[in-house]
Write a protein that binds this ligand. Structure first.
Ligand SMILES: Cc1ncc(COP(=O)(O)O)c(C=O)c1O
Length: 392
């Protein structure tokens, strides 16, 4: 059976070139980068080269990149590090209600520690209004954290306008760019970010490695206390193979960006218009234009996202439900709820996220398979039956 992976927002496969770059560091090149001897020096050179590659991808200086164990760690580092380092100046943080839980849960933790967090709402397309950010600013605001792109609905936030506001007030601006780095051009100067989170596994690098960009001069507490690695900001012996893989993936993403963005955008738009054209009572979630080039998120009336995903899986298509936070959590997603998708419709949501190995034939395959699946599920759906009866 044909197997089509359309869940690149969850994770991406490691590219063969990335794996090849990593392999020596699982073998002969095993030195600790902090060691003085030649084996340590060799891995130190590899880590610093990867730092340059990651920095180049986002227009930063290598010295502004701190490697972490994940995107989640980068978000935790940014929020807690800024909060605890600046609490003598104020204890107010502004974020949005549609952030990833890697931002929302540190915010909840900080509230328990006596910080005050404002959660801004979004419009129907999932956009944060920069005016709302300006209005929420208080004399004691120390941090604004608004994601670059949403992982569920793909909406891109007006981060440049938001950073103009934070700069005027001398407030730190963090953006969770886990879904954008390597997928669309990201430039920390253009964005005006003081802190920016990334994860290697979203750009064809390995899992378990991420990074936080920290603008030079930003006052931040270390995330891990221990040895002096990462200039004392994140102790622990570096994950050398992972960091090398991240660097290689960053370099590849940078060189392929110009061709990959339009290619993905055109497949995305064909998938959206094809599915909306072939089925009734199907709605696109997220902004129609200001969205990630690889994201398609739909709500489909009278069907359950889980049944859709399982039926697609049987046809060899790997997609994700947009309805539940995890497979065990049956609550509607906080993101869909925030954009006003009603509980029952939110439960019938599906996310396709395209990637490097996908082509037009994959789009055609989904366009052929999904309408039939939806029809079959609707035929046995009590909700669809009572709707038909109402209209007869
Ligand atoms: C927007 C966003 N932030 C943070 C994360 C967490 O990244 P990681 O899985 O590397 O911890 C993800 C992962 O899905 C994400 O999409």
């Amino acid at each position: 059976m044909r197997r089509i992976y359309l869940d690149h927002a969850a994770t991406t496969p490691v590219r063969p070139e990335v794996l090849e770059a990593m392999l020596p560091y699982f073998g002969d090149e095993f030195g600790n980068p902090s060691s003085i001897h030649f084996l340590g020096q060799e891995t130190r050179v590899a880590v610093e080269e990867a730092r340059e590659q990651v920095a180049r991808l986002i227009g930063a200086e290598a010295s502004e990149i701190v490697f972490t164990s994940s995107g989640t760690e980068a978000d935790n580092f940014a929020l807690k590090g800024i909060a605890f380092a600046n609490r003598n100046r104020g204890k107010h943080i502004i974020t949005s209600s549609i952030e990833h839980h890697a931002v929302l849960n540190p915010c909840h933790f900080l509230e328990e520690q006596g910080f005050d967090v404002t959660y801004l709402g979004v419009d129907r397309d999932g956009l944060v209004d920069p005016e709302a950010v300006a209005k929420a600013v208080r004399p004691d605001t120390i941090l604004v954290s608004i994601m670059h792109a949403n992982n569920e609905i793909g909406t891109l936030q007006p981060v440049e306008q938001i950073s103009t506001i934070t700069r005027e007030h001398g407030i730190c601006f963090h953006t969770d760019a886990v879904q954008t780095v390597g997928r669309i051009p990201v430039d920390v100067e253009a964005i005006g970010a003081d802190l920016l989170s990334m994860a290697a596994h979203k750009l064809y690098g390995p899992k378990g490695v991420g990074a936080l960009f920290i603008r030079r001069g930003t006052k931040i507490h270390p995330f891990m206390h221990g040895g002096g690695q990462e200039k004392g900001r994140r102790a622990s012996t570096e994950n050398v193979p992972g960091i090398v893989g991240f660097g290689k993936a960053a370099a590849m993403a940078r060189s392929e960006m110009d061709t990959e963005v339009p290619r993905l955008t055109s497949m995305r738009d064909r998938l959206i218009s094809g599915l909306l054209g072939k089925m009734d009572r199907v709605y696109l979630n997220g902004h129609p234009q200001l969205r990630l080039p690889n994201n398609v998120n739909l709500s489909i009336d009278f069907v359950e996202g889980e049944s859709l995903a399982v039926s697609l899986d049987l046809e060899g298509i790997a997609a994700s439900t947009g309805s539940a936070c995890t497979s065990t959590d049956m609550h509607a997603s906080h993101v869909l709820t925030a954009i006003g998708v009603s509980g029952i419709l939110a439960r019938g949501s599906l996310r396709f996220s395209l990637g490097h190995a996908n082509d037009d034939a994959d789009v055609d395959y989904v366009l052929d398979a999904l309408p039939g699946i939806v029809n079959r599920l609707r035929a046995i759906s009590p909700l669809a039956r009572s709707d038909r009866a109402r209209n007869e």
